[in-house]
Design a protein around this ligand. Sequence first.
Ligand code: SF4
Ligand code: SF4
Length: 392
Amino acid sequence: MMPSPSPHLKDASDKEAGFEINDDFDRFPQKNEMFRRSWWDPSIRNLKTEAFYRGHSEPVTRHRRAQGFHQPDYALRNAGWHLSDVLADIRGERERCEGFTDVFTLLGEVSSRRAELGSPEEVAGRVKKAARVLGAALVGITHYDERWQYSTRYHDSSGEELPPEIPPGLQHVIVVAVPMPYDIMKTMPSALGSAATGVGYSRDAALLISLAQFIRDLGYRAIPSMNDTAPSIPYAIKAGLGEYGRNGLLITKAYGPRVRLGKVYTDLPLAHDRPISFGVRAFCRICKRCAETCPAKALPLGAPSFATNNISNRKGVKKWSVNAEKCFNFWTLQDSDCAICIRTCPYNKDYGKWWHRAARWLAGTPLRRLVYSLDGFMGYGKRLGPERWWAR
Ligand code: SF4
Ligand code: SF4
């Protein structure tokens, strides 16, 4: 099927968000996203890939000798993912895979009575408060941007490319972040550590469908979405949730890269937030720890560029691009996801502690090299043995 035409390349707020886009830019089809490729691309799909997916959803019958890959580790991992998996399995007649590759129930019933809510600023305040009650740690709001929306969506079961589904008029995007548990993330790479990823996605899923329901009951349309309609990171940057890091992830001020993201598209009139900067881009230029510790050598050591690694990278955007083929291959070889690039990042801290907040502030000043050296000297980012985690 023909992809829809490319939208305008430039947006007035790109500069503030640090986006650089050139004439090569084209919208990205969901089919080329790495997880979707693992369904149709014979260079990615193999017995290991199939075992990787099966292992997340079938009863746990196997384990490895390595610490962090024993039966209780796999059991906790799969429990962490369970809510997200249950929602993805509600396919009905439409054979959808809700949450992960598909939007959640596209449009639920909208109240026929529109609430009186005040100015867009007041409404934004109410929505953020509601999102926090429903489980969001961070909430920001920005405008819908056709450039990041997948040009076509991919149906895993049929292998068909289908038109995008977000109906016109949903001009506002509420972006939410849910943190992943800090301690268990320290055990990455392990099946145990992957429980943090699953818990993050499950909490995200529950939050998103609840937040959309709140808006529908106010009398407005709302579509909750995880990674299925568009990547969440560009929206999160525009909505002021954080900055883009060398590890290809959003670095938030409160949790570093240790978050899962989601979004709700809506026509509820809302005031928008603006991008923030607290020095991540300059710090990543001197740090490189994620790239140096990545076992698959999937992260770049150089400056942001327009270079792509393969069809899973978006063309025409200047950034640090992850080689998703190498990354995903490592996941399937070790039979669980990895996240070393989250664990070792100096921004992955418990910011409830004042000294970490002070270091984060210093990392945004010319003293960033000192912060980087001290972080390494103190041994932050080292792996916690999974058996020690269980014994604590
Ligand atoms: S998840 Fe692991 S393999 Fe993938 S980029 Fe991060 S460190 Fe590398
Ligand atoms: S590990 Fe260092 S280079 Fe990588 S994202 Fe974190 S701060 Fe940036």
